[in-house]
Design a protein around this ligand. Structure first.
Ligand SMILES: [Zn+2]
Length: 443
């Protein structure tokens, strides 16, 4: 019995010794990082204005390597540092040959309709590669959003066979190398252009951010930089059983109501509700013609966390005057699957400027009609001075009869004539009476 216990304790001691030895020997091994500048050679990648993706990713990769080499115990390789053709499989094999601990594939994005914006990180869909990729991507995303980029999220994408859609992630997983694909921003969207169009230094800054994320994930220290990330809180990610599938279903909730209409400015306040239980709401947009033409997507608020979207969002849109509006909105989830809202018909909002002009024109027409009426009543006497008088009189619009000074003169003359006639008749009557009385006396 004693002999057995002795053997067990020796074995136990050996195991502990081996455990510490392996830790110590591991601690001395440098971390091996492979950086893959996306595209190269004939494969230019995205092209926008004067920017070519393969050149941009090379600048970022070199800056990332330079920064990462400032950390202790790290070996950094680029899959290629010349402008050359290199297949995705060759890149993964290169990482395997170097015995890489992780491969970081760098890219810039563009969308088919030039309407998407923001940064995203694609991770392998299966097992520990998902877990490691996702944990790293969370740190990478917080670095990218810290400079103001919009987070499109951390995602998986599968091909028809249910394997990783992105070749570099597929080949790296086959070679048992953890990997991620970083899409830094969209070249073709105005919201992202400020992040890369201010000169080469901005691209280098991307490289430094990427390197910092790597340093934090691997809890590196740098005597050169004087930083110590050995206690950095890396969030653990569960190891999935199968492949983590992307969300293919549209948001379940997408509903709008109009809460206010400003008839002076044409501003319509819309209160929108959107929800997707599988992922989160990423963008919203609106249509004024019932869904035929939509506005450019806008950022949907995610106040709590990048993957927890708010349920409600209120925003103001400006609608054109004098047109019936069929308002409809759309909400997309993190995987760019859109849902359409209910439709709200708005009566045309009358253009206040047009209404003002019309009122002024009506006043003018009424004035002109009144003037014309006066001209018809007294055509001869209508001299220039009288016209001024008329204008003054015309201020009271709607006055039906107009008395002129000539009319008064005519009436006064008539009265005088009538009075003279009465006097003559009176004299004549008095004379006749007198003659009659005298004739009676003579008889
Ligand atoms: Zn690319």
């Amino acid at each position: 019995m004693k002999v057995i216990w002795k053997k067990i304790s020796v074995l136990f001691g050996l195991m502990i010794g081996f455990f510490f030895f392996s830790i110590l020997s591991r601690a001395e091994e440098p971390l091996i990082i492979v950086i893959d500048p996306g595209h190269g050679g004939e494969n230019l990648g995205a092209e926008y204005e004067n920017y070519t993706e393969k050149e941009m990713t090379m600048t970022v990769a070199q800056a990332m390597k330079e920064e990462l080499e400032k950390y202790d115990q790290v070996l950094v390789y680029l899959t290629h540092d010349m402008d050359m053709n290199m297949s995705l499989e060759q890149r993964a094999l290169f990482a395997k040959e170097k015995n890489a601990d992780f491969l970081f594939c760098l890219h810039f994005n563009m969308s088919v309709n030039h309407d998407l914006f923001g940064a995203e990180v694609w991770v392998p869909a299966g097992g520990e590669f998902y877990s490691k990729g996702y944990s790293f991507a969370q740190i990478e995303m917080s670095e990218l959003t810290s400079i103001g980029l919009y987070s499109r999220g951390i995602k998986t994408k599968l091909n028809d066979k249910g394997d990783n859609y992105y070749g570099i992630l597929r080949y790296c997983s086959e070679q048992q190398i953890p990997s991620v694909l970083i899409e830094h921003c969209h070249l073709d969207h105005v919201k992202d252009q400020d992040f890369y169009q201010q000169g080469e230094e901005q691209l280098k800054e991307f490289g430094r951010l990427d390197a910092t994320a790597v340093a934090k994930y691997f809890r590196l220290c740098s005597t050169t930089l004087g930083v110590d990330y050995s206690d950095y809180p890396v969030e653990e990610t569960y190891v999935p059983e199968g492949m983590v599938k992307p969300d293919k279903t549209e948001p379940e909730l997408c509903q709008i109501e109009v809460t206010d209409i400003n008839k002076e400015t044409g501003e319509v306040t819309v209160s929108m509700e959107a929800e997707d239980s599988d992922s989160y709401i990423l963008y919203y947009h609106y249509s004024l013609d019932g869904g035929t033409v939509y506005s450019m997507p806008e950022a949907w608020p995610r106040a709590k966390a990048w993957d927890q979207s708010d349920k409600e969002h209120s925003f103001i849109i400006c609608v054109p005057f004098d047109q019936p509006i069929a308002l409809r909105c759309g909400a997309s989830n993190g995987f760019d699957v859109w849902a359409e809202s209910n439709e709200i018909i708005l009566d045309p909002i009358e253009d206040p400027e047009r209404l003002k002009e019309e009122k002024a024109r009506e006043e003018q027409e009424r004035l002109e009609a009144a003037e014309k009426l006066l001209e018809d009543t007294a055509p001869v006497e209508n001299t220039a001075s009288q016209k001024e008088e008329v204008d003054l009189v015309m201020v009271e619009v709607g006055q039906e009869s107009i008395t002129s000074s000539t009319e008064i003169l005519i009436i006064m003359a008539l009265i005088i004539v009538i009075l003279i006639c009465i006097i003559f008749v009176s004299f004549f009557m008095a004379k006749m009476i007198h003659l009659l009385i005298r004739g009676n006396r003579k008889q």
